[in-house]
Design a protein around this ligand. Structure first.
Ligand code: F6P
Length: 531
């Protein structure tokens, strides 16, 4: 693009030239030519080992990428975030999820006010509430202790906490169950309710805005179920809420002692560290949650204080920019080799695609070309037997993130993980083989190994991805913290719903009209179910 502030940078031009020179280089040869490649391109930080040596980069590539990062003022952007500047420009908000894991308690300012006293006091309330529920001190309306937690939320109020709860399942209190409900089709909620004793159930309505249609529908349905079983007066003992919209939570009937605030400087997809992590804190305990925060805090310190070229989130971010903008890689595959981590792709999908799936820069002008990648993935073992074929032999180059834990030892699992990364890298180009059995190889991957799946290591891993996404947003010049692209669909759904519930069918396009007519025809013969 001519005259674009990004692509006219000398560092950009240098990367383009370098990319055409490197296009023919094969990772196999880069390894053969440099026995120290693993040592050069890997990184250990606490319990996290990051091996990025199997990416199509050289020392020169990394040098040029760091020049680009510097030219895009990544250091200043990073400082602005930690200083509480309003870097979410379209919503005029600070972005300070790092304050939630600031266990060192240094002051963190938003609009001249230190937010830490309030962060601390809400955390203390969350921990006290969690302890009461865990020990059976919090009694339901009939005097029974709570044994089932149902988190009702969607997006960041669902994906992050659900992923972490599953990842830390081994840390959960054995006599407590946790369920996460997001889908307003009724099937998900009804399945969960069928197994629950209302007298021992606590619903947590997790919604930053307390207006999200799906969450409000499910919360209302859960409330009706509870009131049917235990009466209206039971609501106060069986519902808690997390929101910035305290009035709406009160209007729902939730006593203020069970309502935990969050702040507009915490974005939904960055909110698991806030009271949105309440279900987790109850299930795993305040001590485990504190370790989760501690891991993220360690990554924050590393990100904030390390020079760009020694900075893991920056390194991984710039390799991602390299793939997206210079190697035409449209997507990233997230491949956890651990059953407990299988929901990570869903969390990262929202984190990355809602943050960086943007078409304009912060000044309103179009972006240079590629921004955030398509993020997809799944449990590594299952995915090997499903979409890995495309990763290995499609003409598309899709970089992969392999994620696993070293402990406990699982030979078959880890052998497969290492082998897949190796196969993507070396390929099989033996000329004696028929073409359909050949693999070009030269496909990039990064491997992230946790010492073990502990709350601390998990906190580090999640914060690593958060900062990676942020750095990429800085390079592309976009606001990673808004999500205006989700608004139109929400508005249209609101205006369509009356037609689906029997109101007049207002003229839309013929496709939408045709689909509504089909729905109404089916509905006239059936009873309505979900939202
Ligand atoms: O529609 C997108 C979104 O706004 C996400 O950014 C957010 O995580 C999700 O909806 C849920 O929002 P809330 O927590 O306000 O219900």
């Amino acid at each position: 693009m001519t005259g674009h502030p990004l692509t006219t940078l000398p560092a950009w031009a240098a990367l383009e030239t370098h990319a055409s020179a490197l296009r023919e280089a094969h990772l196999r040869d880069l390894f053969a030519g440099d026995p120290d490649r693993f040592a050069r391109f890997s990184f250990t930080l606490g319990p996290l080992l990051a091996d990025y040596s199997k990416n199509r980069v050289t020392a020169e590539t990394m040098g040029l990428l760091m020049e680009l990062a510097r030219a895009r003022d990544v250091e200043a952007g990073r400082a602005a975030m930690f200083a509480g500047a309003h870097i979410n420009t379209t919503e005029d908000r600070a972005v300070l999820h790092v304050a939630l894991r600031n266990r060192a308690q240094r002051p963190m300012m938003v609009d001249g006010i230190d937010v830490m006293p309030e962060v601390r006091s809400v955390r203390e309330r969350i921990n006290a509430f969690a302890r009461q529920v865990r020990t059976g001190g919090w009694l339901g309306a009939t005097g029974k202790p709570i044994r089932h937690i149902v988190n009702i939320g969607i997006g960041g109020s669902h994906l992050g906490p659900m992923f972490v709860a599953e990842a830390l399942r081994d840390f959960q209190q054995a006599d407590l169950s946790v369920a996460f409900i997001s889908n307003p089709d009724r099937a998900q909620l009804d399945d969960a309710l069928a197994a629950l004793n209302p007298a021992a159930t606590l619903f947590i309505v997790a919604s930053k805005t307390f207006t999200t249609a799906e969450t409000m529908f499910n919360a209302g349905a859960a409330r009706t179920w509870l009131v049917d079983k235990l009466g209206e007066s039971a609501v106060g003992k069986h519902f808690a809420a997390i929101s910035t919209n305290l009035d709406a939570a009160a209007a729902f009937g939730i006593p203020k002692d069970n309502v935990f605030p969050m702040w507009d400087w915490v974005g939904g997809r960055y909110s698991v560290w806030s009271a949105i992590g309440l279900a987790l804190t109850i299930a795993c305990g305040p001590e485990a949650f504190d370790q989760f925060l501690a891991g993220a805090e360690a990554m924050d310190r590393h990100f904030e204080t390390s020079s760009l070229d020694q900075n893991l989130p920056v390194i991984l971010a710039m390799i991602g920019v390299w793939h997206a903008d210079f190697l035409d890689s449209p997507a990233v595959a997230i491949l956890p080799y651990d059953h407990r981590l299988r929901l990570l792709p869903f969390h990262l999908q929202q984190l990355d695609m809602e943050s960086n799936g943007k078409g304009v820069m912060t000044d309103g002008t179009p972006v240079a070309g590629e921004t955030g990648p398509i993020v997809f993935g799944g449990g590594g073992s299952d995915s090997q037997h499903s979409f890995f074929q495309l990763l290995h032999q499609s003409p598309r180059h899709i970089p992969c993130d392999f994620i696993g834990a070293l402990k406990p030892s699982r030979d078959l699992l880890l052998a497969n993980m290492f082998a897949q990364a190796e196969a993507l890298m070396i390929g099989r180009t033996d000329a004696n083989l028929p073409p359909h059995r050949r693999f070009s190889g030269n496909r990039s991957s990064t491997t992230l190994l946790l010492e073990e799946l502990s709350p601390y290591a998990l906190g580090m891993l999640m914060a690593l991805y958060e900062h990676k996404v942020f750095v990429q947003g800085l390079v592309w010049g976009i606001n990673s913290f808004d999500q205006w692209g989700v608004e139109l669909g929400k508005e249209l759904a609101k205006s369509l719903q009356p037609a689906l519930t029997g109101g007049a069918l207002k003229g839309r396009d013929s496709s939408t009209n045709g689909l509504i007519a089909a729905y109404l025809k089916a509905k006239s013969g059936t009873k309505a179910g979900g939202a």
